[in-house]
Design a protein. Structure first.
Length: 149
């Protein structure tokens, strides 16, 4: 039975909004050299922030972590696609971490390491905490030695 999970881009969106507000405030405060172009510059920053928020949302829809009976896979990409498949038998470590913004929004970063690899096999940011716990529980269940605790 396969389960799929998508990242939740709330943290990235909030960071873009905060950065946009700070940049608009700085433009407003120090923008006297811009003269008549100040309002245009502020609108450009606001429009760029909205585009970045939209891109973060779209990007999250094209990133998936999937679990099935034998493996965990991570697919990412809009125009070109990259897929990493790690069989449960090759998983050496699975963990998640949360920063302060992640904790506020109930998300975290998932890391799955595999045997024989020098890099992290799967690294996904902004996965909902409930999904993280489901993923880790499924991985622990599948990687537990037969008859062991």
């Amino acid at each position: 039975m396969a389960h799929s999970f998508h990242p939740f881009p709330a943290v990235r969106m909030v960071q873009v909004v905060i950065f946009g507000i700070i940049l608009c405030a700085l433009l407003f405060y120090y923008g006297s050299p811009l003269g008549d172009y100040l309002s245009t510059a502020i609108l450009a920053v606001a429009a760029l922030s909205m585009v970045m928020i939209l891109l973060a949302f779209i990007r999250s829809r094209f990133e998936t972590v999937s679990l099935d009976d034998k493996m965990i896979s991570h697919t990412v990409g809009i125009l070109s696609t990259k897929k990493v498949i790690v069989p449960y038998t090759k998983v050496t470590e699975a963990k998640y971490s949360q920063g302060i913004m992640h904790r506020i929004f109930g998300v975290g970063s998932l890391r799955v390491d595999s045997a024989g690899g020098t890099d992290v096999a799967i690294n996904v940011d902004e996965v909902r905490k409930a999904d993280l716990e489901s993923i880790l529980a499924a991985i622990n269940e599948k990687t537990r030695p037969a008859g062991g605790a």
